[in-house]
Ligand binder design. Structure first.
Ligand code: FAD
Length: 617
């Protein structure tokens, strides 16, 4: 088993040959495709990414396939799969025994982590099953209990940067909910709500809302191909005022690890004559304990339906502010805090580093600079001066205000005056910048239209993959400085460019550091792993913890939340053992291992010798 090495010329040519088919369109039989309005953009985006690829589209498997989960022998596995085929139909069960194909964002695999940090064959499933209803999900769960088969649910499997579609426990059976459960079940124009199945992407929800004619917005993350439900369950973020996705969900239907079907919130109270409760998507709570929280970032249930609030469409104005000096960020964040707390900043704005403005131009870094290690600051400065319409700067703030013109004007006046205190700042409206500038993509994202442009920074290195380091800090300059200096110096130590963005929710900020690496470069992957472990530990020592992380770091991140001798993790384990006595559902997700696997070496607690983890996966 080895990480793909740089390929021969013939292999490079094969990899770079134009793909035979066009990127799939969103349709009844392709829930994860691209809407027609984005097709050309997707074609160009894929061509750019593939032109920067030096590895073949797939590599032959070097291990016996399918890879089995722990404690299941091949005979039992085959028997179990035969039974699953009878239960669900042979066409809805697929073995993971073919070459692994990383694909790209719009054609992503459901077999493994396409953005592998360890070897491509390490984070893999044994099989994929496609349920078509909540009853079939329950059937799968009961089947898993019978054979003690670990299963791992995904909605769309586009959790790219956090493990993609891969299960945490190698050889688990992936339950791909999205392929057959992908309907927008309800759009209520009066209460501005919807109800979706797992396979509904932001692209699809947007299209379906447009068809109704209701003036409603969805809240997309930077890319629109993710599942509305999957992103929310993983507590993802978007950038309209509804950007905290979990805070805007309303009502769940789920299957417990025993197979029981449960509805939360008002959905627990049946409506008249067996109809859904009329307030299931309007009021978030049921009578009694509020249980929704334990089903996000956990392995306590499989969510089959979710209500979401939609934002009533409104007038909006996106703007951009540039700041000249690297050191300005502390002052900028001190200015942001009161504006955010008073809700003068209308949305979840982003403060991005200038390197991202360059990377999103989709030009490989090697075209700008041929050195190794992080790009020197003077080079970045020179490039910004030459290629950005805004010229040399260090930080770029993207914000949007909402509401009638008078409201927006008054908010903009306050915002301009506040940022005006930073020497050398410059203020821009979209109309001040060329039509190709990234700001036009932000205008769409921040007004409820899913986008694809953000993919372009993945051209920075060949075969680019990325993972996110995403700690939470107070919205305070001094905290921002501690985290930013720690992240920057460790990126330098491990030889990576640092791509920081702050997403400001109000009292707290998500600091999103993007590590972009060449997935064909074994040494780069080893360094990503070392860097992630070191950043997690260093941030935790300062009191900062990640809001979300890649599968490989879930054990260590869970343990940084260690108050009371790991009291929180113990509570999760108590819940896990009670709800999932056989430990079949997503073992290890969020660092929560069921009794059956605990302490047997499945936890990944360190980057052994600063190289790729050797622990069992
Ligand atoms: P899935 O992969 O389906 O699910 C995520 C995880 O949740 C799964 O691994 C599983 O453990 C669990 N899960 C999923 N469905 C269920 C279920 N039904 N029941 C129980 N558990 C379940 N993310 C953001 O949030 N904001 C961003 O702005 C953002 N920007 C990105 C930019 C780029 C360039 C890239 C490549 C990624 C970005 N991402 C961002 C990360 C990611 O692409 C999105 O979060 C995406 O929505 C997650 O994938 P998904 O929705 O398909 O979820």
């Amino acid at each position: 088993m080895s990480i793909p090495k740089r390929q021969s010329t013939a292999a490079v040519e094969a990899a770079m040959a134009p793909p035979s088919a066009l990127p799939p369109l969103l349709a009844e039989d392709c829930h994860s495709g691209i809407p027609a309005r984005h097709h050309q953009q997707a074609i160009e985006s894929r061509a750019r990414l593939y032109s920067n690829r030096t590895v073949p589209a797939s590599t032959p498997r070097s291990q016996e396939t399918p890879v089995l989960p722990p404690d299941v022998d091949r005979e039992t596995f085959n028997l179990a799969v035969d039974e699953l085929r009878k239960l669900l139909g042979a066409e809805n069960v697929e073995l993971n025994d073919k070459p692994l194909v990383d694909g790209w964002y719009m054609e992503h695999p459901n077999t493994h982590d396409a953005f592998h940090i360890v070897e491509q064959e390490d984070l893999v499933s044994s099989a994929t099953v496609y349920p078509g209803s909540v009853e079939e999900v329950s059937t799968i769960v009961k089947w898993a209990n019978k054979y003690l088969m670990p299963i791992y649910p995904i909605s769309m499997g586009r959790n790219i940067g956090y493990g993609g579609a891969a299960p945490r426990l190698r050889g688990s059976v992936v339950v791909d909910l999205g392929r057959r459960m992908n309907q927008v079940l309800k759009i209520d124009g009066e209460s501005a709500t919807c109800m979706v199945e797992p396979g509904v992407s932001y692209f699809k929800l947007y299209e379906e809302v447009q068809k109704t004619g209701f003036p409603l917005w969805v809240d997309p993350p930077d890319l629109g191909g993710g599942s509305v439900l999957g992103n929310c369950i993983d507590r993802g973020v978007g950038y309209t005022p509804y950007g905290d996705h979990w805070a805007n969900h309303c009502g769940l239907e789920l299957v417990l690890p025993t197979g029981e079907i449960v509805r939360t919130g008002m959905g627990a109270l049946p409506g008249k004559d067996g109809a859904d409760n009329p307030t299931w998507q309007s009021f978030q709570h049921n009578y009694g304990p509020s249980v929704d929280g334990i089903f996000s970032q956990s392995n306590f249930g499989i969510v089959t339906k979710m209500g979401m609030w939609l934002m009533p469409a409104t007038e909006h104005q996106t703007y951009m502010v540039t700041f000249p000096h690297d050191d300005d960020f502390e002052q900028i964040i001190e200015i942001i805090r009161p504006l955010a707390l008073q809700r003068i900043l209308g949305n979840i704005p982003q403060l991005r580093n200038v390197i991202q403005e360059l990377a999103v131009l989709a030009t490989p870094r090697s075209k700008y600079w041929s050195g190794s290690g992080p790009m020197p600051r003077e080079t970045l400065r020179a490039l910004a001066k030459k290629y950005l319409p805004t010229g040399d700067c260090s930080w770029i703030f993207y914000g949007t205000v909402y509401g009638p013109e008078a409201t927006r004007n008054s908010q903009m006046a306050t915002i301009k005056a506040a940022f005006g205190r930073v020497a050398g700042m410059k203020f821009y409206l979209p109309s001040d910048l060329p039509s190709t500038h990234y700001i036009h993509s932000r205008v769409k994202i921040c007004s409820g239209t899913p986008e694809l442009r953000e993919l372009d920074w993945l051209n920075w290195v060949p075969n680019a993959a990325h993972t996110f380091f995403a700690p939470i800090t107070p919205t305070r300059g001094r905290d921002a400085r501690i985290v930013h200096e720690l992240v920057t110096s460790l990126h330098h130590k491990w030889g990576f460019d640092s791509f920081p963005t702050w997403c400001v929710a109000g009292r707290e900020m998500h600091y999103i550091a993007n590590i972009v690496y060449d997935r064909a470069d074994a040494d780069a992957k080893r360094r990503v792993n070392g860097l992630m472990h070191e950043m997690i530990a260093a941030a935790a020592r300062e009191g900062y913890g990640e809001y979300r992380t890649h599968l490989l770091y879930q054990d260590v991140v869970a343990r940084t939340y260690g108050f009371g001798g790991q009291a929180l993790l113990r509570l999760s384990e108590t819940l896990k053992d009670a709800l999932d006595p056989n430990g079949i559902l997503a073992p290890g997700r969020a660092g929560i291992w069921p009794k059956r696997y605990r302490g047997r070496g499945f936890e990944i607690l360190e980057a052994k010798d600063e190289s790729a983890p050797k622990a069992k996966l």
